[in-house]
Write a protein that binds this ligand. Structure first.
Ligand code: NDP
Length: 312
């Protein structure tokens, strides 16, 4: 039950957290970074990252995060595993309680806990993760050139993913549970112009099938009605676009957030509603949600923390 004091605690071990750690270490803040339940963050659930500048041949997502961790440690960042169970923002320094009983007392806190893509909860989603199942067309679409893919969801994200995939894949199905799309009209209009996109309305996915890799999905149309019909949809890729959930449970009632639970920041700074507490990456970004953006905002958060300490 040790207590450690730091000038900067960073919560989250994805691109935002590690970039913040690199900058904070180099600014002599001697940060402590706490990696959460998914070390490396969402990039470890993708295969190769090919859109992060500086890697002309792409890089494995897990390897990229390992490299960021090594880089942060090289400058002295104290990287720890653990789950934060409670934070006290009513006292200074702020007190972060860890699941092993330890406490970290921090003059500043950078929250980089990310967001979690929503999945349907099918038993085979996990089995085919990275082998056909993905929640990011921008990350993984390239691997499905001239193949058949499906996108689940009827919102703007699903439409964007379908449009993007339609430039690569031979055929794109959209699996939409309602008889209409929730997406904006302008987005719907764009879909109409793409001949290789087919929208399957009133459809839900029952299960996925395949051997080593995904081979198809079992679909039910008009479930629970007289018109109910079940059929197999042969596909190589199954993309979830049913939204993300920001990982902000710990901060409910403590830091201002929007209706979806994303932390509010005073852009262009990364300052949250609590003095000396900054946010970076997907936890405060419902729109772009790309590693490069997360890394960039991690840099900004570290610089904001440094300036805050200088002025304090
Ligand atoms: P949304 O919440 O808008 O849409 C989620 C979609 O997933 C809905 O069609 C929903 O269906 C469907 N869905 C949810 N759960 C399930 C489930 N269990 N099974 C099947 N389908 C399911 O999320 P988005 O990520 O699309 O968008 C988030 C926000 O970001 C929105 O405000 C959007 O407008 C914005 N955005 C804007 C963009 C732009 O303007 N370029 C691009 C991307 C996002 P149902 O409709 O039946 O509830």
């Amino acid at each position: 039950m040790a207590t450690t004091t730091t000038r900067c605690a960073i919560i989250g071990g994805g691109p935002a957290g590690f970039t913040a750690a690199i900058y904070a270490s180099r600014a002599n803040l001697a940060p402590i970074l706490i990696e959460g339940p998914q070390p490396g963050g969402q990039l470890t659930t993708t295969t190769d990252v090919e859109n992060f500048p500086g890697y002309p041949d792409g890089v494995n997502g897990t390897q990229m995060m390992e490299d960021m961790r090594t880089q942060a440690k090289r400058f002295g960042a104290d990287v720890r595993m653990g789950l934060i169970t409670d934070i006290d923002f009513t006292r200074r320094p702020y007190a972060l309680k860890l699941d092993n009983g330890d406490t970290i007392e921090a003059a500043t806190v950078i929250i980089a806990t990310g967001a979690t893509a929503r999945y349907l909860g099918l038993p085979d989603e996990e089995k085919f993760m990275g082998m056909g199942v993905s929640a990011c067309a921008t990350c993984d679409g390239f691997f499905y050139r001239k193949r058949r893919v499906a996108v689940v969801g009827g919102g703007d994200t699903a439409c964007e993913e379908a449009l993007y995939l339609s430039t690569l894949a031979e055929k794109v199905y959209m699996i939409v549970r309602k008889p209409f799309l929730r997406a904006s009209k302008v987005m719907q209009k764009r879909l109409e112009d793409r001949e290789n996109i087919e929208i399957l309305y009133n459809c839900n996915t029952v299960s996925l099938y395949g051997g080593e890799v995904l081979e198809g999905a079992q679909i039910v149309e008009h479930a629970g009605t007289d018109q109910e019909r079940r059929f197999d949809l042969p596909i190589d890729g199954f993309f979830l676009a049913i939204g993300h959930t920001p990982n902000t449970n710990l901060f409910k009632g403590k830091i201002d957030m929007d209706a979806e639970g994303y932390l509010k920041v005073n852009a262009p700074s990364t300052a949250t509603s609590v003095e000396g507490v900054f946010a970076a990456g997907d936890v405060c970004d419902p729109i772009y949600q790309q590693a490069i953006n997360a890394a960039a905002s991690g840099c900004r958060a570290a610089m904001d923390a440094e300036r805050f300490l200088l002025e304090a």
